[in-house]
Design a protein around this ligand. Sequence first.
Ligand code: FES
Ligand SMILES: [Fe+2]
Length: 381
Amino acid sequence: MSQSSQPQSTTAPPGPGRPPTFAEAKNRRQKVRAAGLDPNYWYPVLQSRELGRGEVKEVVFWRRSYALYRGDDGKVAAVENRCAHRQLKLSVGHVKGCNVVCPYHGWEYDREGHLAHVPHDLFGKKMPNIKLGHQPVVERYGLVWVFFGDPARAGERAIPTIPELEGADAWGHVIADFEWRAHHSMIIDNVSDFTHAYLHRKFRPFEDATLKKLETVGDRVYVSYDTKVGRGPISGLFVDRDKVNTNAMDLCYEYPYQWSNTDDKIKHYCFVLPIDEQTTRAFFLFYFKAFKVPGLPIGLPRWAMDPLLRIAKHTLVGPLLQEDGDAVEAEQEGYNEHWQAPIAELNPAVHEFQALTIRKWEEYLASVSERELVKLEARRA
Ligand code: FES
Ligand SMILES: [Fe+2]
């Protein structure tokens, strides 16, 4: 490959072991597999129950690390994950009241990243005026959401609204999340592309899919399939086929989220947290209007749905999604080795998902300063 035609890059030229960067990419697949996601959206980072009062954990968005902690008052904060003194990660420290404390010399930072306390001799100097970066945090639907973009823009974007999960009549729901060694676009391709029924021939979540609609409107790609939904032995017990049309499904890649809808009675969201080019955390939130009692013509009481779904998470949902995880991790390995191979993609929906991800990343890159671009590239190197 001619080096003179390569865009300037601070990293080594691509080789068999390193797929191209976004700037180096020559075709749509290479571009999408190197694209990030616009940080100016809300992204889930953890399930709320994973972060107790007084706990601190590291969360990463596109190689930017944050110390996520829950203070004694129950509120969650996301502070740049480095102590300004000697750059230790604050996530290896601990929480004191509503502050996070570095474990080395005990420097203490508040939720906004201000250095709030230094517990040792200041040698006659004034307390250093230090402020780390911090990001807006909200908890909703059992998830902790962080806005990783410009904090001043957080109000411009909304967390997806899910009225079915609010109020006294909230639907039954379950959340399953995974960290997979795969690029986020591989997961978006996977969840809305029903040509992979073969992978799930044991659980049979969808079969015989025919693409009926494919439409891109702004930042959304709408897809509809005629397909047999949930024909596996376990889901068939609880889904009342007399009341739910399980012969079709609508899906959407609503950048940067993905959702599905089966007859307004079974829905799901998939949220991806891009950690780096080859690591993604995926959150799947499934919600159901009703279940039937197996073998009887009556509905399962609403209170019994969540416990049942927790069981289903271990027996059905988790193992089914793990099949997808295994597939996308294997796809990533294959891509790392064969990124130069010709594209052989049949489903036009996949082309649309990828085009949207690429366009949004190009728009984001065009919106940031030269300084930010250098920082992005440096983090990759
Ligand atoms: S390195 Fe954090 S307090 Fe010294
Ligand atoms: Fe799948």
